[in-house]
Unconditional design. Structure first.
Length: 119
């Protein structure tokens, strides 16, 4: 499975960006997909996740609840992260990830896309 993330860029505080992550490769049937981020000098942290089957349960880090929305397009094997009311502390490299059925953790990762929020 290959994950291709896009949509990062430079935005002023209070602005919005939408990240996309398209999956390709072998039979696509993940348990879930998600977004993580890593700010300079910090460890990578979970941002948001979505179950791919069933009702598509959503998960968010407390720091982004109410501002970020994760969604999916099953037909395009793509997951999105709509980021609104961005803050300088949201500045990071954002990675999309996929957790296969039967896996206990995310086991495929995209290359990352940089989001910079200026104050």
């Amino acid at each position: 499975v290959q994950l291709q993330a896009s949509g990062g860029g430079l935005v002023q505080a209070g602005g919005s960006l939408r990240l996309s992550c398209a999956a390709s490769g072998c039979t696509f049937n993940p348990y879930s997909m998600g977004w993580f981020r890593q700010a300079p000098g910090k460890e990578r942290e979970f941002v948001a996740g979505i179950r791919w089957s069933g009702g598509g349960t959503l998960y968010y880090a407390d720091s982004v609840k109410g501002r970020f929305t994760i969604s999916r397009d099953n037909a395009k094997n793509t997951v999105y992260l709509q980021m609104n009311t961005l803050k300088p502390e949201d500045t990071a490299v954002y990675f999309c990830a996929l957790r296969e059925l039967g896996s206990t953790s995310y086991n495929y990762w995209g290359q990352g896309t940089l989001v910079t929020v200026s104050s």
